[in-house]
Design a protein around this ligand. Structure first.
Ligand SMILES: C[S@@+](CC[C@H](N)C(=O)[O-])C[C@H]1O[C@@H](n2cnc3c(N)ncnc32)[C@H](O)[C@@H]1O
Length: 270
């Protein structure tokens, strides 16, 4: 008799926990907000750029910026994130000062006078942006990266080795790498339970739907004074601008800034 009563109570406990879990994460499904964003009519769209937002990061003269080769090396030895095949003559994205060195300036400027910084990156690849953060930030830093290793099979491993090399020399720096998709509800609910972030860099799935999902969750996971950065503002046709506009219309984000990096960088505040 006792066994039967215990079993009934266990079942009640299970169902209570199960329904609580689903109430706790109402946002993890492709919810009506994301559906709404996808169905907005964009024919009369015009992006309203807030120049105040980006003024603090503007830089006329790039001569004082570090070289990419210096950012991605320690004592003259290139870090594992650096792939020689990325360094090609047709496109100088890896070495131009208007890409990672300019990101270095943005992250450094934003983190000055902070005691700690929490960064989330969607789309890590081999960890270039993660290394930029580790080198640019002087205060305590936690970097969290999510990537399914689609572009580079061992991308997370290379990122991890690069971050570890820096961590062995830098106190107050740590990182977490998650192998998965940012649109996976399990990943989203893990991030929802991980505390808010100061910077979120969105550079993963490059479809309109993927960008909209990432901006939506970034707007939930960012601190009130945090920065959401979107790479490829002027790349991959107008997908990034289109997604930003939809997010702005639905007030997920309150202001939009722009920095003229190699491929354009959207800077958002939620
Ligand atoms: C342009 S690369 C990122 C470059 C990286 N931000 C850097 O600075 O080196 C895009 C990355 O996004 C990853 N990716 C694609 N879809 C994704 C998704 N749904 N969630 C997370 N990452 C994704 C790919 O595996 C790829 O490594």
């Amino acid at each position: 008799m006792k066994k039967i009563i215990d079993r009934i109570f266990n079942h009640i406990g299970f169902y209570r926990n199960y329904s609580r879990k689903h109430e706790m994460y109402p946002h993890v499904h492709l919810n009506s907000e994301i559906q709404k964003a996808l169905s907005i009519d964009t024919s009369n769209f015009k992006l309203l750029i807030n120049t105040e937002l980006t003024k603090q990061f503007l830089l006329e003269d790039f001569s004082g910026l570090p070289e990419s080769k210096d950012i991605f090396s320690i004592n003259g030895k290139m870090l594992p994130c650096w792939l020689e095949s990325d360094n090609n003559l047709e496109d100088d994205w890896l070495t131009t000062k208007s890409y990672y060195p300019l990101y270095f300036h943005i992250v450094k400027t934003f983190s000055t006078n902070k005691s700690k910084l929490r960064v989330l990156e969607i789309g890590v690849r081999t960890g270039y942006f993660g290394v930029v953060c580790a080198k640019a930030v002087e205060c305590s830093l936690l970097y969290v990266g999510v990537d399914p290793n689609i572009y580079v099979e061992n991308g997370l491993e290379l990122a991890s080795k690069s971050f570890e090399s820096i961590r062995s020399k830098k106190i107050n720096y740590d990182y977490v790498l998650i192998n998965g998709l940012s649109n996976d509800p399990h990943i989203q609910s893990s991030l929802a339970c991980s505390g808010l972030f100061d910077i979120i860099h969105i550079d993963g799935n490059h479809t309109l739907k993927g960008k909209i999902i990432d901006i939506y969750f970034a707007s939930k996971f960012i601190k009130t004074d945090g920065l959401i950065l979107l790479d490829d503002y002027n790349f991959h046709s107008d997908i990034v601008q289109n997604a930003i506009n939809r997010a702005f219309k639905l007030q997920w984000i309150k202001s939009i800034g722009y920095i003229a990096t190699k491929r354009g960088l959207g800077v958002l505040r939620a």
